[in-house]
Ligand binder design. Structure first.
Ligand code: GDP
Ligand code: MG
Length: 698
């Protein structure tokens, strides 16, 4: 019989929780959300020995269990609620060898919740270089638990951790501190009112700032025979608790922990002199961005071309192999082109996340946050907004979720509202195909024009985000000002495993989440293009044949004319034509109109939509790009010229064309007001910008 145990990984941010989690679970992990809120939940499983299996939970980083953000409240809520199915049988507090003192505050708090708590000291590979020595035996004795030294980088200590987890029942659950040390009278009264309960737990339920979803604080507060005291008084007690704990920790470390400070001045200080320098810091950040965008553009073109032509061949193959009919058409034109439209973006998304996760892993991202705080504050954003804004380059949805780390509501709201301006990966395919069509392939100072245009679009997105933030900053009122503390982790070589798992996870979720929508819409579009209302559609063949009856015309040309006529009269043609008057001033026709409409479900559908529309029109197997390049206006000039291309890029840069983002904003702001404002104002801006661009360039 297999025994299942719950293990929770808890610790300060950047101590290596996720690395430990990855070392334990490998690919046996899944990422979801906590029910009702949007904090990311990482869960995995690990076989500890022949009879024990652990369910491992990688909890959000937290400094203490006095929660001040959503992320932290998830941790507190779990630890205080025995009925939660994830309630840990054993907690592993992940700490880091260099900041052990600060990390231990959280450890002592969790230990006092009477959960078996293991202390994991990570990054043991740094000990020698930093001159750190730890007396493990004494530390175990003083903390009254198991302590394990781990280096996920060298993969040492992980087996020992598994062994400790197997034997978790032997770990003492006696608290380290008696709450009565904080305030004897208060806690004695509490004990009288609630006998036989853990005082420390009770007190946490009373004092937390966040509103728990599952725990009922009212029960405690409403008890008539116990007065909970004023908020300020409770805050004072919390501070006293922290002081008491640090006194205890200092004493323990004095006897067990030793640092030889001589070696402390190292690479980090020298590097930071440059990386956060007033001029060089920004210059380096700019260069890194430039490199990333060149790489995304040039490196991904080879696999993308391969994917593009493979799907074209596959579709052709199906047409040849299967009997002609609706099912074959559905497969060859609806399903395959839809799938192709998903798979083709994998190379770029993977590259982008490769870079983002390397920047995070090396510790450089925190320097970026530091650099940007100075500037962003002026616009009503916080230094912490940089992470959402940069994550927005992947997708606005995780980015909006990442704003939960911003404590100040106004700064958070502004960040949520402007994040959709940053160029998400769904816009990338639209940009790439338009750039390839209308921007010439020359070079300026060694940089390719097309790459520069792409970078320009990314900057435009950020610029618009900043501009609208500063407008919003003047309109929105805020009760309190915020302060900002940034922690700079050491520079490190990235852990390959962490980077690869991030890339894998994000790409997979793109394929699954966005893929579902793209595929569904591709099929819907195929349906709408293959069927139509009224007589014109069903009698297309007759009508066209009659029209050309007295003209000499080749059979293939006639076929094409029929197909085009059918498309014009299909459901989708009718829809596109309905909005044509509205978008003609922007340089678009009804076919682009169809693509615009379907983009409101997901922007990346744009290319697939055009591909579907044009593939219905022509029977020759060409790549999407060639099909678009061959598209003509009535006067014989190409449909996609510089003016249309730029106008479309601007429209996509600014328009709020993503139902999923609107849904997440509604959820995060808890009202329809903000997503509605977002939808209308962004789309209006987009329309005006595209109009201006087309009228000036045509
Ligand atoms: P989390 O925020 O607690 O989930 O921490 P992560 O797992 O994301 O790790 C934070 C940073 O520490 C990353 O840059 C890791 O590469 C690095 N790191 C993790 N484990 C080790 C280790 O054993 N040794 C060293 N030197 N660095 C590590
Ligand atoms: Mg983590």
């Amino acid at each position: 019989m297999i025994k299942n145990i719950n293990v929770a990984l808890i610790g300060n941010p950047n101590t290596g929780k996720t690395s430990v989690f990855n070392a334990l679970t490998g690919l046996n992990q899944k990422v979801g959300n906590y029910p009702g809120i949007t904090v990311e939940k990482k869960q995995g499983s690990c076989r500890l020995d022949r009879v024990t299996k652990a369910r491992i939970l990688d909890l959000p980083g937290t400094y203490s269990i006095n929660a001040s953000s959503m992320d932290e409240s998830v941790v507190v809520e779990l630890l205080l609620n025995k009925n939660n199915p994830d309630y840990p049988d054993v907690a592993v507090v992940v700490t880091e060898v260099e900041n052990l003192k600060r990390n231990l505050l959280l450890f002592t708090q969790i230990k006092d919740l009477e959960i078996p708590t293991v202390l994991l000291i990570n990054m043991s590979d740094q000990m020698q270089r930093k001159g750190i020595k730890i007396d493990m035996e004494k530390l175990e004795e003083k903390l009254n638990t198991k302590v394990v030294l781990v280096s996920t980088r060298r993969n040492s200590g992980v087996d020992q951790l598994k062994q400790i987890l197997v034997e978790y029942r032997s770990i003492s659950t006696t608290p380290l501190m008696n709450p009565k040390e904080i305030d004897p009278t208060y806690f004695e009264n509490l004990e009288k009112a609630f006998p036989n309960q853990s005082l420390y737990k009770l007190w946490l339920v009373i004092t937390q700032d966040v509103n728990f979803m599952q725990l009922e604080r009212k029960k405690v507060e409403d008890t008539t025979h116990f007065k909970t005291q004023t908020k300020t008084y409770l805050k004072k007690l919390q501070q006293r608790e922290t002081i008491k704990r640090y006194q205890m920790i200092n004493q323990i470390l004095k006897a067990t922990y030793e640092v030889n400070r001589k070696e402390a001045k190292d690479l980090r200080i020298q590097l930071d002199n440059i990386m956060i320098h007033k001029f060089w810091g920004y210059a380096i950040f700019f260069l890194i961005l430039l490199m990333i965008f060149q790489a995304i553009f040039e490196w991904s073109s080879v696999p993308m071309d391969m994917i593009d032509s493979s799907f074209a061949q596959l579709s052709e193959w199906i047409k040849n192999q299967m009997p002609a009919g609706i099912l074959t058409d559905l497969l060859a034109e609806g399903v395959i082109s839809g799938l192709g439209g998903i798979v083709i973006f994998i190379p770029q998304i993977a590259f982008l996340f490769l870079f983002i996760s390397v920047l995070e892993e090396t510790g450089y991202m925190s320097r970026v946050v530091f650099l940007m705080d100075r500037g962003l504050r002026r616009f009503g954003l916080s230094g912490k907004s940089v992470v959402p804004l940069i994550s927005g380059t992947a997708c606005a949805i995780p980015a909006v979720m990442a704003t939960r780390n911003i404590e100040n509501w106004k700064e958070r709201l502004i960040t949520i509202l402007v994040v959709p301006f940053t160029t998400c990966s769904a816009r990338l395919p639209v940009y790439l195909i338009l750039i390839a069509l209308v921007i010439p392939d020359g070079r300026l100072l060694g940089f390719n024009y097309q790459g520069l245009t792409l970078m320009g679009l990314y900057f435009l997105g950020f610029l618009m985000a900043i501009l609208s933030a500063s407008v919003l900053n003047n309109f929105l009122k805020s009760p309190n000002k915020s302060y900002f503390v940034v922690e700079m982790p050491n520079y490190k070589l990235p852990l390959l495993k962490n980077v690869l798992l991030t890339v894998w996870e994000k790409t997979r979720s793109f394929v699954i989440e966005a893929g579902k929508i793209i595929l569904a819409i591709s099929i819907l579009l195929w349906f709408m293009a293959s069927f139509g209302p009224g007589k014109n559609f069903s009698n297309a063949e007759q009508i066209i044949t009659q029209e050309y009856a007295d003209q000499p015309i080749e059979p293939e040309v006639l076929e094409c004319k029929i197909a085009a006529f059918k498309l014009e009269n299909s459901y989708i043609g009718v829809l596109g034509k309905t909005i044509e008057p509205l978008i003609r001033p922007l340089g678009y026709d009804w076919k682009i109109g169809i693509a615009l409409i379907s983009s409101f479900a997901a922007r990346e559908v744009f290319v697939g939509t055009l591909a579907t529309i044009y593939s219905v029109e022509s029977d020759t197997q060409e790549t999407i790009k060639n099909r678009m390049a061959g598209e003509k206006r009535k006067n014989g000039l190409p449909r996609f010229n510089l003016a249309t291309g730029i106008s479309l890029m601007l429209f996509y840069a600014f328009a709020m064309q993503c139902m999923s983002t609107l849904a997440i904003v509604k959820k995060e702001t808890n009202s329809w007001k903000w997503p509605t404002i977002q939808l209308f104002s962004m789309t209006l801006i987009a329309y005006l910008a595209a109009l201006l661009a087309y009228q000036m360039l045509k």
